[in-house]
Design a protein. Sequence first.
Length: 354
Amino acid sequence: MISKTIQCPNCRNIIKINGDPGEKKLLLCSKCNQKGKYIFPSSDNIDDGEKKAIAILVKNLIKNYNGTNAVNNISFKVRKGEIFGFLGPNGAGKTTTIKSILGLVNVDSGLIKINDFDVADSGKNAKKFIGYLPERVAFYENLSAFQNLCFIAEMKKTSKDECKILIKEFGLSNAINKKVGAFSKGMVQRLGMARSLIGNPPILILDEPSGGLDPRGVVLIRSKIREMKKMGSTILVSSHILSEVQEICDRVCIINKGEIVAQDTVDGLRKTLNIKPKITIELEKLSENIIKSVKEVKGIEKIDIRDNNIDVICDSRIKARVIITIEKTGGKIINIHTKDPSLEEVFMKFTEGD
C-alpha cells in the first residue's frame, strides 16, 4: 500500500490517498467537488513477502460485452485474513468481476491470481481455495438439504459428517431430510452459505449473503462471517446492505460504471471526502437567541431545528464551540448524540452522476 499527498488543480486543496502500485483511483475533491484521476506508480517487482500476503489479485482487468466495457481496467488486492467489501450500484460491474475471479467468464485482458495461482493458466489449482455463495442460490430441488450438501462434499472429497454439522450451524436441523424445493427463500440462502463452507476453504466469495434473510438470519450470517475471519479465512463480500458492510468489513472497494472509484477503510473514505458527523443537541428549551448564536459559530456546515433539538453538521473539533455557545446563551442541554458519517453517505458521494 502506497500513501500519496496530491493537490487539487482547481482549488489547491490537499488530498491524501492510499493505493497499490499501478492502481488507478478516481478522485473527488472534498472542497470544490472537482473530479480527477491518479495512477499510482507501477511496480512489477512484488517481493515474495507481499505475494504471500495477497489472497486475491486483480490487475488491469477488462471485460467487454457487445462493445461496452462492463469492467474497465480495474485493479485491486484482497489481503489474506481480511473481510473485503465490494460495492457498487446495479450494473456497475460487480458480478462480472466476481465471475472473472471465479473463471466463469473469459476476460478480454488482465491478470487474476488466487493465492498466486493464475486463474487463466491454473484455474483448477486456483479454484480449490474458494468457497462461493452466488447471488442467486440454486440447488437440486428434488433432493434433500443433506443430499445436496453431500453431493458437494463428495466432489471436494470431504466427510459427509461435515454436512450435518453445517446444516445444524445454520439452523436447518429440522429440515435436514426435507426436499429443497419446499424451502423458503431464507432457508435456501442459509443452505447456500453452508454449502460455501464445505471443505473449510481459506477464501470465501459471498455475493449478497444476506439476501432473503429475516433479521435473525442476517445476524447468524454476520456472526458466521466474523467467525470465519477469526479462523484465518479471507472473505470478499458483495452486498447492497451497506450498513452490514460497514459493520463487518476491514476495507471496501467501490466500483461504478466499470471503474473503481474508491478503495480504503470506511474511515479512510470518510476522511478523503471530508464528510462531517451530525451532532444532535437536545435542549430543555430552545430560543431564537440560542439559534442565532449557534449559527454564528464558524465552521458549521449545516443547521436544522426540530422542536427542542438542534442538528449540527460540523467537524468534530467545532463540537465543543457549539456546546459552549449554547451554555453561554443560557441553554440547558439535556442530551448530546453524535452520528458519524455512514457508508451510505460515502457510497452516494462516490457514485453520484457525473
